[in-house]
Write a protein that binds this ligand. Structure first.
Ligand code: SF4
Length: 356
């Protein structure tokens, strides 16, 4: 049985019952030297982040630009070295890999990244055949005689015809075709884990749906685990199994996507869902219900809770004591009043109700 078949069999048991393929625990990354007394300092790109990804699972990571989403992907593939924490991939402690072992891991293509802008990430001088074959040549694990067939297979898996595509160059392709070439290139090594950084943000609606349903199909056919990085929740609804919400370098909420979208537990997630009209919620929220009231007290940006300065429900404990994550079941939210703030909304902040 091939590794891909083993992963597909494991997937049939259901992602939640399979051991994590990727386990990130307490991961912190800083792009600037830490300052005395302020932890990782102003260069903190990721702070104490924990996340599991299981085989065959699609996990969405959502947050604003600079919230730490891409840094998590870069740290996982060994492009940045963590300041603290642990990354385990397929049971292997990635922090223990050094020198040749780390190089070999990167070249193996077990974890692949798909970048946001295929036009910039694909070499314009190479043909599709060369682009899709390149990771195979770097990995060197597949005999040369089998690489051409693997390239053709990978193109077919992303819905492209090898006959018409192999000789073309990126500028001769549409935006949707280029993104699918990026995917074909990423899956050519048959990775176990795929990080897709804003894979549909540059595409029109029809290509966006096509690429998302393609990712859904690939995770089933190849037993792939997929992490989709996005800045809006609506692109993850209907495809991700779970979601992790990042805010200012921290994971502030995570859980099964349906539960998080319908009943966000963290006020920031509430604000995101309220700002995405296409997202279905149990009680529809409005952004103005969640923003601080005019004249409300100013809370420090660098307090214990990173969201305090924008939070309508901030109180003294929020700047003094770091909010913890665990909630009931498999949900987590870094908020002292996780989920409970909704009760305050229904009594105090429903202008429609108050006026009637
Ligand atoms: S811990 Fe406090 S400031 Fe932070 S999100 Fe919760 S209520 Fe708001």
């Amino acid at each position: 049985m091939t590794a891909t078949q083993e992963r597909a069999v494991a997937l049939e048991k259901g992602p939640a019952r399979v051991a994590p393929l990727l386990r990130v625990t307490g991961l912190s990354v800083s792009y600037a030297p830490p300052k005395k007394g302020v932890g990782l300092g102003t260069g903190a790109a990721l702070t104490d982040a924990s996340l599991d990804v299981r085989p065959g699972e699609i996990v969405g990571i959502v947050g604003e630009t600079g919230s730490g989403k891409t840094t998590l992907a870069r740290a996982t593939v060994g492009l940045v070295r963590p300041a603290a924490g642990r990354i385990e991939f397929a049971g292997q402690d990635m922090g223990a890999l050094r020198g040749r072992a780390l190089r070999d891991f990167r070249r193996s293509g077990q974890v692949q990244l798909v970048f946001q802008d295929p036009l910039r990430s694909l070499d314009p001088d190479l043909t599709v055949a060369e682009l899709v074959r390149e990771p195979l040549d770097v990995a060197g694990t597949l005999p040369r005689s089998e690489r051409h067939e693997r390239v053709a297979d990978s193109l077919r898996l992303v819905g492209l015809d090898p006959e018409t595509m192999l000789g073309r160059r990126p500028r001769e392709l549409s935006g949707g075709q280029r993104q699918r070439i990026s995917l074909a290139r990423a899956i050519s090594t048959r990775p176990q884990l795929l990080f897709c950084d804003e894979p549909v943000s540059a595409l029109d609606v029809s290509n966006r749906n096509l690429v998302l349903s393609l990712l859904d199909r690939l995770r089933t056919e190849l037993g792939l685990a997929v992490v989709i990085i996005a800045h809006d929740l609506s692109s993850l609804a209907g495809i991700a199994d779970r979601v992790a919400v990042f805010y200012r370098s921290r994971v502030v909420e995570q859980g099964p996507i349906q539960a998080v979208l319908e009943r966000p537990a963290h006020p920031y997630t509430g604000l995101l869902t309220a700002s995405a009209p296409s997202v279905t919620q149990v009680d529809r929220l409005r952004p103005d219900q969640l923003r601080p009231e005019p004249g409300a007290r100013d809370w420090p940006v660098h307090g214990a809770c990173v969201f305090a300065a924008r939070c309508r429900f901030a109180h003294d404990a929020c700047v003094e004591q770091p909010p913890s994550l665990p909630l009931a079941g498999d949900r987590e939210a870094a908020c002292h009043v996780a989920g409970e703030w909704r009760a305050q909304l229904t009594t105090d902040h429903r202008p429609d109700t108050e006026e009637s």
